[in-house]
Design a binder for this molecule. Structure first.
Ligand code: SF4
Ligand code: SF4
Length: 161
């Protein structure tokens, strides 16, 4: 049971949140802006390290958030109604966590009070992507990576530990 002075993401459902609360729930990880591939037979979704052409690879923010769905037809404007129909949100996504009745991770900016903590914790896509502008469609399947589906940081082979 949560106490009365608990933060909004513990006491409200996604549909009860104000617009400001909803927007602040996004951790800024950028994982959802990676190109994903779906297996036609199994519906299994794989992530690649290929980023949407509008993703700022350093801030991990959309460079044209207001016009995103007009600029990128595949871009999904997330709503509480759509959550249950989406099978590809990463396991760290705050919307998915709240929808599943789970708490936010320590590195979420709403918990840490620091917008950089999602990057410092190695959860965001910063430094790990290549823009779709630089990749041929034929090569995308070769760029499948497992880390966007992890709940924790996993070092790349070429990173020091
Ligand atoms: S995966 Fe979820 S929390 Fe991360 S940027 Fe996308 S919508 Fe925001
Ligand atoms: S248009 Fe923006 S929000 Fe949509 S997938 Fe691309 S970078 Fe992400």
């Amino acid at each position: 049971m949560y106490k009365k002075d608990e933060p909004f993401w513990r006491t409200k459902s996604l549909s009860e949140m104000t617009r400001t609360e909803w927007e602040s729930l996004c951790d800024g990880c950028g994982r959802c802006c990676l190109v994903k591939l779906e297996d036609e037979d199994t519906d299994e979704v794989s992530y690649t390290n290929v980023a949407c052409r509008l993703l700022d690879e350093h801030t991990c923010q959309c460079s044209d958030y207001v016009n995103r769905t007009a600029c990128v037809p595949d871009c999904l404007a997330l709503t509480s109604d759509k959550l249950s129909t989406i099978n590809w949100l990463p396991p760290t996504c705050a919307y998915r966590l709240v929808d599943e009745g789970r708490d936010l991770f320590w590195w979420h900016p709403l918990v840490s009070g620091d917008l950089q903590s999602v990057h410092a914790a190695g959860i965001s896509v910063r430094g790990r992507t290549v823009s779709e502008n630089q990749v041929s469609q034929d090569d995308i399947a070769d760029l499948i990576v497992p880390w966007p589906l992890y709940e924790y940081r996993v070092l790349d082979d070429d990173e020091p530990d």
